[in-house]
Structures are given as structure tokens and as C-alpha cells.
Design a protein around this ligand. Structure first.
Ligand code: ZN
Length: 259
């Protein structure tokens, strides 16, 4: 699944379209238009608009135009193709095949170039004027104060709180498991139970995990990752990893060193 690191790479690739005017909108799939947005509205409102800036909050990429804002979500398998090139050409759940039907949305620009959102499993989507106020602070620039605020007073499991996009935008399942494993914190603790030292440690490890995975080129190359299978062991101390559902997501953690 594209995590925040990949989505930031997508945003950078998309920024190449800044300043271009949209000549044609390819929107063949009504299901891919989210919220109140329809494929007719996408064609009507975006054709002729000029791309001003490609921004990102969490895993949402927003294209500001001189008309509406356009939100892009990539779901489990979404990728971006800009002028025929992909910033990341292999993802964990990716298929090496390509079928034209996987091109769920696209923009052709006046003069030159095109942008295509390719999504085999069709779990992403596009939306006009998405509600950005529903997203918490972005994980890549998260401050200690923002993290403290996100956890304060919450009786929800720590991992569930970190995955709640309204509290922190952009942390995904594998990334949170890796950061909590590195920070020696249990995912099932109440979010509010962290003392200031633990919160600072978590903040440090979220930042480090993002940096390390960024250097390694993706979200699925963490140190915990080899142990993420039934019967898997902790890569640090060899203890059997616990596997359970937390916040609705499959979670691996080490009861020997995470508390
Ligand atoms: Zn361990």
C-alpha cells in the first residue's frame, strides 16, 4: 500500500504539472468519483483549469487550480504516472501487469503531457474540493506538541489513535507497527497513558522510522517487517510476536520488549 513516503514521492512527481492548463479530463468510472463529486462535474469543472500547486496532507494529494481543488487518494494499489513515468514502479501489493481499465482517472494538458491515476484494486478515488479540515497535522512534519495533543485524554488504544487520520494524517498500519516496535511501546495501551518521556520517545521514533523508510525507498522495508507473519519472531530479541486486531487492523507486536 502506498504509505505517506510514497504519496510524497507522487506529489513531487505531480508538481511537474504546475502551471499547465488541463485540456481534457479522463473520468470513465463513476465509482472512482468520491463524495458529492460526479464524473460529469470532474470534466466540467476541471477542463480549462490551470494547475497552480500540488500539496499533500497525510495520504491526500491536493491539486490547487484556478478553479476547484482536486483531491487524489491512492488506496491500496494506486500509483501515479506523470508524462509516462512513474516515481515508484514497484509496490508491495503491486501487479506487474497493466490493463488500460486500471487507468481510473487522468488529465491531459494543453501543449504537452498527461497525468494518470492507475489503480488495479480501485480503492483510491478523486474528489473536487475535499474537506481538508477533517485531517489532523501531517505526519511528516508532526511536532511533539501536536503528537501530545493527539494522544491527550484518549482512552482509545495507542495504535488506533495514531491511525485516526483526524488526529495525525498519514500514518498507516505498517508504519505505526514499526514505530511502536522501535519505541518499545505497546499498541494496545490507552493513548492517554503515555507519560511525557514516552511521548517524546514515540515522537522521536515516528520521525526516525519515516526517515529510515524514506532512505530505503518505501514503507514496507522496516526492521519489523520480516517478522510480520503467523508464527513470526521479534527481530530484536527473538520472542514470538503477538498478532491481533487493533483499531480494526492486523497488528504485530512484541510483548517481551513493548509495554
Ligand atoms: Zn522484542
Amino acid at each position: 500500500m502506498p504509505e505517506i513516503i510514497e504519496v510524497e514521492a507522487y506529489r513531487r512527481a505531480i508538481s511537474a504539472t504546475e502551471g499547465r492548463r488541463i485540456a481534457q479530463v479522463h473520468a470513465p468510472d463513476e465509482w472512482f468519483a468520491k463524495g458529492d463529486t460526479t464524473t460529469d462535474a470532474l470534466r466540467l469543472e476541471l477542463t480549462g483549469a490551470r494547475i497552480e500547486e500540488a500539496r499533500r496532507i497525510g495520504k491526500l494529494v491536493i491539486l490547487d487550480t484556478d478553479g476547484p481543488r482536486l483531491g487524489l487518494r491512492f488506496g491500496m494499489t494506486g500509483k501515479i504516472v506523470v508524462d509516462g513515468a512513474m516515481p515508484i514502479d514497484h509496490l508491495l501489493y503491486d501487479s506487474p501487469r497493466h490493463e488500460p481499465a486500471w487507468d481510473r482517472f487522468g488529465l491531459e494538458f494543453e501543449g504537452r503531457g498527461a497525468m494518470v491515476l492507475r489503480d488495479p484494486r480501485r480503492l483510491g478515488g478523486v474528489q473536487l474540493d475535499p474537506d481538508e479540515s477533517r485531517l489532523g497535522p501531517d505526519a511528516l512534519s508532526l511536532t511533539l506538541g501536536q503528537l501530545s495533543q493527539a494522544l491527550a485524554g484518549s482512552t482509545v488504544a495507542l495504535k488506533a489513535r495514531l491511525l485516526d487520520q483526524r488526529r495525525v494524517a498519514g500514518l498507516g498500519n505498517l508504519l505505526v507497527d514499526e514505530a511502536l516496535w522501535r519505541a518499545r511501546l505497546s499498541p494496545v495501551r490507552e493513548a492517554r497513558s503515555l507519560d511525557p518521556k514516552e511521548t517524546a520517545r514515540l515522537h522521536r521514533h515516528i520521525r526516525r522510522t519515516l526517515a529510515v523508510l524514506g532512505e530505503r525507498g518505501g514503507s514496507h522495508t522496516g526492521d519489523l517487517h520480516p517478522g510480520r507473519e503467523r508464527g513470526g519472531c521479534c527481530p530484536r530479541d527473538g520472542a514470538p510476536l503477538r498478532r491481533e486486531q487493533v483499531g480494526g487492523r492486523t497488528t504485530y507486536w512484541c510483548p517481551a520488549h513493548q509495554s
